[in-house]
Design a protein around this ligand. Structure first.
Ligand SMILES: Cc1cc2nc3c(=O)[nH]c(=O)nc-3n(C[C@H](O)[C@H](O)[C@H](O)COP(=O)(O)OP(=O)(O)OC[C@H]3O[C@@H](n4cnc5c(N)ncnc54)[C@H](O)[C@@H]3O)c2cc1C
Length: 404
């Protein structure tokens, strides 16, 4: 059996290895359009490669996928995060799980993952041909013919083909697969931070608050977690998660929208008010800036007081019920205007790609083109940060490589 893999990234290498594990006699060739296999693995996780997530529960892991959750939930039953860890550790790449559940190689160096995948491929006789961009696929006599962009490369025909060419920033980049009859879900970016050029809160650069509740008015988008104020706007896990779950909505607004912040992560107005009344009773003669309830950082506390129009000389006992209500509102229902986005440490993924309607989740085979399989980010699956995107590549690559 002759098998071609299109794309020498995480999903491409992992599916190639899975083919050899399941079909040891198969001839496997990876076609990579650049000279640099596993380029994203190399730069991933700030050069440390967040290879997977330490959560073991399939339903918890599946929740890390804003797109493709149900599809991943089924696929993870075949190859879960624990399988990823076992796989790499059995190949002499020890891993460790951070407190925040992200998993990295003990070496803290993505080269350990790259070397492992390249070494495994080489020892199993998997060939990688570089400078070999595939331009189109033509089904012919139950085989698939690959056509190259380079004019000096003649078309080559294979029994099975796995497409693992990664996320494409535009639908145009997926035309060659649309021509075979696949539906394309319009690609848009996911995983970004919010730019807030018109908001003075950016003067509080470096202030971190954990947890806050961030939401987008008029939608059901809502996330809880740490928020970091940067010199351009809001960042941190709560914002990145919100950007992932709202990727398409934010794209449609052209990245111009309001974000609501509940700095206390408390939704019960009455209860917040009662806590403030308690402070008033205890510290009636103290000035507002001098008593910081809820443990908010001092710079943020002063900023919020100013935003609410409270003078720094005002005393707690002078607030009155109107003042208390206003303070509770600033603390739990604060609003900022966002205008633009910024990539998060260059990590981004594509939301969209080949529609999952056209892929058989049991085998990753195309429903519209026999003997063609998909793996990795080219599919309409993407995850939040924390190792979920590589896990999708390992899981779908492993299943595709069975060639069932
Ligand atoms: C800076 C950065 C950091 C990241 N860090 C993490 C992290 O720590 N943890 C995590 O889980 N995720 C991370 N991600 C996301 C993760 O890297 C991707 O989701 C993952 O690499 C997708 O793997 P893939 O094999 O599907 O695609 P890719 O890694 O994009 O590989 C696709 C390959 O196919 C090749 N190719 C494309 N078109 C063709 C063609 N027509 N013919 C031949 N070859 C082709 C490309 O050159 C590329 O080598 C990060 C992403 C970025 C950008």
């Amino acid at each position: 059996m002759e098998v071609a893999i299109i794309g020498g990234g995480a999903a491409g290498y992992f599916s190639a290895l899975s083919v050899k594990e399941n079909h040891p006699d198969a001839d496997v060739t990876i076609f990579e359009k650049t000279r640099h296999p596993l380029a994203k693995v190399r730069i991933s996780g700030g050069g440390r490669c967040n290879v997977t997530n330490g959560n073991k529960s399939i339903s918890t892991v599946a929740k890390g996928y804003p797109r493709g959750r149900a599809f991943m939930k089924r696929a993870l039953k075949v190859f879960n995060t624990t399988d990823t860890m076992t796989w790499f550790e059995s190949k002499d790449v020890p891993l460790f799980t951070q407190e925040d559940t992200r998993v990295f190689p003990v070496s803290q160096d993505s080269e350990s993952i790259v070397d492992c995948l390249l070494g495994q491929a080489e020892s199993r006789g998997i060939v990688c041909e570089f400078w070999s961009a595939i331009e189109s696929i033509t089904p012919k006599d139950r085989r698939l013919e690959l056509n190259f962009s380079r004019l000096d490369l003649a078309p080559r025909s294979f029994d099975k083909v796995i497409v693992a060419s990664g996320g494409s920033p535009t639908s145009r980049g997926l035309k060659w697969l649309e021509q075979l009859g696949h539906k394309i879900v319009e690609p848009v970016p996911s995983l970004f931070t919010f730019n807030m050029p018109d908001e003075s809160i950016v003067d509080l650069t470096g202030v971190a608050i954990d947890p806050v509740l961030v939401s987008i008015p008029g939608t059901s988008l809502k996330e809880r977690g740490p928020l970091l104020i940067t010199h351009w706007g809001f960042s941190g896990p709560a914002i990145l998660k919100l950007s992932a779950f709202g990727a398409r909505f934010f794209h449609d607004t052209e990245y111009s929208f309001n974000v609501r912040v509940n700095w206390l992560d408390q939704t019960n107005h009455e209860s917040v008010l009662n806590q403030l009344i308690g402070v008033t009773a205890e510290h009636a003669r103290k000035r507002l800036p001098n008593i910081r309830p809820f443990g908010l950082p001092e710079r943020l506390w002063r900023y919020l007081l100013a935003k609410g129009g409270f003078s720094e000389t005002k005393k707690w006992g002078e607030l009155g019920s109107k003042g208390l209500n206003k303070l509770a509102a600033v603390l739990t229902n604060d609003s900022y205007s966002v205008s633009g986005k910024t990539g998060f440490k260059d990590e981004f993924v594509t939301c969209g790609g080949i529609s999952l309607d056209d892929i058989d989740g049991k085998s990753m085979e195309s429903k519209v083109c026999e003997n063609l399989y998909f793996a990795g980010e080219i599919m309409d699956i993407d995850g939040i940060t924390g190792g979920f995107n590589f896990q999708a590549a390992w899981t779908t690559g492993y299943i595709a490589g069975k060639l069932e």
